[in-house]
Design a protein around this ligand. Sequence first.
Ligand code: APR
Length: 331
Amino acid sequence: AMRKVVSIVGAGNVGEHVASLIATKGFADIRLFDIPRKDGDKVFEPVKGKALDMKQMVAAMDVDTKIDGFTVTPEGEGYEPMVDSDIVVITAGFPRRPGMSREDLLEANIRILSTIIARVRQYAPNSILIIVTNPVDIMTYAAFKLSGFPASRVIGMAGVLDSARFKTFIAEELRVSPKDIHAYVIGGHGDEMVPLISISNVGGIPLKDLIPKDKLSELIERTRFGGGEIVNLMGTSAYYAPAAAVVDMVEALVTNSRRILPCSVYLDGEAGEYYGVKGFCVGVPVKLGANGVEEIIKVPMLEEERQMWNRSVESVKRSIEIAEVMLGEKS
Ligand code: APR
């Protein structure tokens, strides 16, 4: 079979690290897209420079990945090389700037997304979309609406990252390899995310039997604010773990591995008795294979987890209602 092609739109911190990890692992070819950067009257094309640098990186590492970079315009020109991509990862967007409300940010990022999705529809209508841009549950919903793709091909990245953060803290606490930890974080990608303690385990042993309740609450809090902790240290948002989380998802799709990973997906009442979500996107464990989301995994929740779930879902729903108005104005 031909090698799969992964297009990445937005070769900023997260996008370039996704590219570099896939290149290193060598399981797909990569096409990077980003806008030019102006500095006074000089115009740079960082995306081309990064692709060239990575091309030389793989030559130095003896791996066979093809990497190319393409400069596009914010108006949507230059996307022809996206043609026939199997997967399109979207990280493009503005970070939140001082004085900008969440809604301003949302509006700006939805505008960028709608231009990109129009090109995806044109050049890669059979691709699987992975949405990274925040607020991710809302952007995934917007991508679902704007693309007209089936829900199985529009997937938001959040749960894999939140779960990796949770695993990191558990691993440090118990002095055990993160490989042997199964811990799932679901719900909205925000302060109200839901760690599923009842099904989390270390080497098969339930988490709640290994870590005292107080300590566990501490680890959960740290997970919830895991993104903020890094922003406070770096002055910009995290990218190593987010990129690795995206790559985990991409690899599952490309290799048809059927891994179970928590992802933000559009639920239209599926597994309703478990999740009770109809008409928006939120993080649940799903099975990822060659066709995208192949199954919504049904997780029984304890009463207190369910309450957390309901709160998290409510807050996503409120933001979706705001986004809905903006999307309405688009069409
Ligand atoms: N078309 C293509 N690329 C764009 C466009 C556009 N219209 N607008 C912005 N970009 C590019 C920027 O040039 C930049 O390179 O998107 C990239 C975003 O990268 P960063 O600003 O470095 O942000 P990053 O840290 O990678 O985060 C990207 O992922 O985790 C989320 O919250 C995070 O929403 C953010 C996204």
